[in-house]
Design a protein. Structure first.
Length: 275
């Protein structure tokens, strides 16, 4: 019973700290912004302040992620080890990159079929961040590291230590559900939950957050590049990426699966010895 309570408390504590850091930094940024806005008496100054919203959100995300990384590493809630990297698993990491690329088109097709859409407020915030160079530093670099340390290095590690090895999948599923839930909207939640299952499986096999960070980094980087290179794609349908050609769309999905499935197979083999 003591072990159950301890595990539940640890998991709850990690979630609270993660959310509290984000909330505190966001509140501080909001206070700074409102103070600066109050000092902007002219129309030109007001327009300049409004134009910095995306930059402010991106910097806020970087700061909160950096604080999270420092907290979880210094407090050893997410112990960092070079053990897996000492085996020089570069080929494995290349397969992780290919796996991530292979999931992008099928995932987008599935979300459209399920009619999953982010709330308008979340879309507006997301787009304002993605337009900024700091946005990539936030979404592409710091957020993947921070979230992997929290949800795999701390939460999933704790759950795996609680559940027997024979039912390790329960820990992976629970951590993925938690990861999806903290995104606080259905569209992002389902996407994060599915990605969380994949990353959780890799963490279980390797006991390292590195594969998850790489997958997270590639996924977010591709989203950033597509948003900035193809801005119209964000408001259109999936088939618009293929100029309305349904045959070309299914060929694209087929090619993605031809990358995705061999990548999964290779990772299952290469990570097997770490199980």
């Amino acid at each position: 019973m003591h072990k159950i309570i301890r595990t539940l408390w640890d998991v709850l504590w990690y979630i609270i700290v993660f959310l509290l850091v984000q909330l505190t930094v966001e509140m501080a940024a909001a206070l700074i912004y409102s103070h600066v806005e109050a000092l902007s008496f002219t129309r030109v100054a007001q327009d300049m302040v409004n134009g910095q919203i995306g930059w402010l959100l991106a910097v806020t995300s970087v700061v909160s992620s950096l604080i999270t990384i420092i907290l979880f590493t210094c407090c050893r809630w997410a112990p960092i080890s070079r053990q897996w990297l000492l085996a020089r698993p570069w080929a494995t990491l290349c397969w992780v990159v290919l796996l991530t690329i292979g999931t992008i088109l099928p995932a987008e097709w599935l979300y459209e079929k399920l009619q999953l859409q982010m709330p308008e407020e979340a879309i507006a915030l997301f787009q304002s961040i993605m337009k900024e160079p700091w946005g990539y530093l936030a979404i592409g670099i710091f957020v993947p590291v921070a979230e992997e340390l929290v949800f795999r290095g701390a939460i999933l590690r704790t759950l795996l230590n609680f559940f027997n090895k024979d039912i390790h999948w329960v820990a992976i599923v629970l951590s993925a559900i938690i990861f999806g839930t903290v995104h606080m909207n259905m569209a992002q939640g389902i996407h994060a939950g599915l990605i969380g299952l994949l990353i959780g499986w890799m963490y279980y096999r390797t006991r390292s957050v590195i594969p998850g960070i790489v997958l997270h980094w590639v996924n977010n980087s591709v989203a950033y590049v597509i948003f900035n290179l193809m801005p119209n794609a964000n408001d259109g349908k999936f088939i618009d990426l293929f100029h309305g050609d349904e045959r070309l769309m299914y060929m694209g999905l087929g090619c993605s699966l031809m990358v995705l499935l061999p990548s999964l197979f290779q990772l299952a083999i290469r990570m097997k010895c770490e199980e």
